[in-house]
Design a protein around this ligand. Sequence first.
Ligand code: G6P
Length: 616
Amino acid sequence: MCGIVGYVGRQQALEVVVGGLRRLEYRGYDSAGVAVIADGTLSVRKKAGKLVNLQTLLGEDPLPGSTTGIGHTRWATHGGPTDSNAHPHVSEDGSIAVIHNGIIENFAELRQELTAAGVQLSSETDTEVVAHLLARELPAADHDLTGAMLSVCSGLEGAFTLVAIDARHPDVVVAARRNSPLVVGIGDGENFVASDVAAFVDYTRQALELGQDQVVTITATSVSVVNFDGTPALVTPFEVDWDASAAEKGGFDLFMLKEIAEQPRAVADSLRGRVDADNRIQLDEMHLSEQDLRSIGKVVVVACGTAFHAGMVAKYAIEHWTRIPVEVELASEFRYRDPIVGADCLVIAISQSGETMDTLMALRYAAAQGARTLAICNTVGSTIPRESDAVLYTYAGPEIAVASTKAFLTQIIASYLVGLYLAQVRGQMTAPEIHAVMDDLNDMPHAVDLALDTVDGVRAIARQFADATSVLFIGRHVGFPVALEGALKLKELAYMHAEGFAAGELKHGPIALIEEGVPVVVVVPSPRNRAVLHDKIISAIQEVRARGAVILAIAEEGDDKITSFADHVIRVPIVPALMQPLVSTVPLQVFACEMATAKGHDVDQPRNLAKSVTVE
Ligand code: G6P
């Protein structure tokens, strides 16, 4: 969380930086701020609230023209979302400005030390100490900002990306990274640093991945990277494989609607090139040996939020195909419960951003216990894939709306590919069996496209439910995680009480929540291949209907039996049982989006949330 961008080059820095912040606003929107250097003077503007507030301020109180600048969009941790806590933070003499993403854990001691030395702090943030520490270290570093940054970083604890500029060195931007994201954009006569390539993809697609504990110094024409100990660092160049238009709304009112609509393409891209000429699954990025994969006795999936739900879906498929036990753990809980993980474990970290701190920490814990680690990730160059033994990228393209949609579907696809690959390597499935599942998967872009036909119907129903105080979601088998995901979407976007349950659990407690008029969304299993479950879910519907619930059923085409048990039915295409989440999730995404819109909420930037949660 928090988006940061730094620029030095030949254009108006403010334009580049504010454009970058617009692209990074998904990372937090409690406040925004910028700093530029012009004629040897540092100028700062910052404002609580979304970026638009800062833009208004910049209109009223313009900054001078400059080719060096930094900008920040904040998700508050230390200190409320006020103007004074907004970044950048500035040294007492007004010459150094700093922006930060992460948490400086020893900030209280550092604040005390600075206060004792007579420094006046003007915010409640952990970040501000860095501006004062840089000012203190500069003389000892011969007034070299990079040197000062290195010595300040050596005294910091926690996770941080820091970017600093100094009025006395107007052509330099210095950034440091420990456990927080930072990428460098290499332009022509201009260079960039940012939390995410989205900030500079308008200008360049050439980028550098930084490692942990590194400091990068950019000028308009140079980039140099050193480790925290001052030694030259190895960095990996990469090319961003999407362009700026992918991060625009492209005619849709909301990023979320655009991203929902992109799902057929995202699924197709995530499946592309996974089978070789001999019809065997090949996972190019999967750098774990077949020997390693054959020795696995257990799979553990660690993830958060929507990615956790994708892991729950994956469990059904991977266990079915490989007969390897699969545990799915909330990443934030994993390492605190003394889990049983060792060399015979494959730990799969699922993360759209590749930065979620809870997931990263779980992954590191697993690696330290000797487990093999695999990342399923949507962001090339991010920390989680970099720290994993193997990676399988999803090709969802940039996901800007805070509530995850296309990433979820592609995470399911990627974990299914891992399951099939494991089954292939271990001889658990025959080639024709794997081929048949791949055929089913290859039908999914079209099926998801058909599921998008539900959009108008779902929107109309959602409007009718907009005044409900609570919505329950139930499902069975792979429909259970889909129910959880439907409820999460509604909480995130419509700020409503929403809960997902395994339908069979209703009678063990949640049924007490049912009263007259409560909407219950039912993810109905197929009557063809899951006839027993279909009958059982009808029983669950009967139980809640008898107590006044209003039923919205998500059922497959041709499931006529469901009609008389539901108040509303949304039809999704007929697909194999394990593929059902790929189609039944779509109407639930639209449902939440429409409920939030009906309530007048900001769908793409829901309150209190951030897309990329880089604190534990
Ligand atoms: C945050 C987001 C969720 C997301 C979760 C995991 O909580 O608001 O939408 O599912 O993080 O994110 P990741 O990037 O690890 O998939």
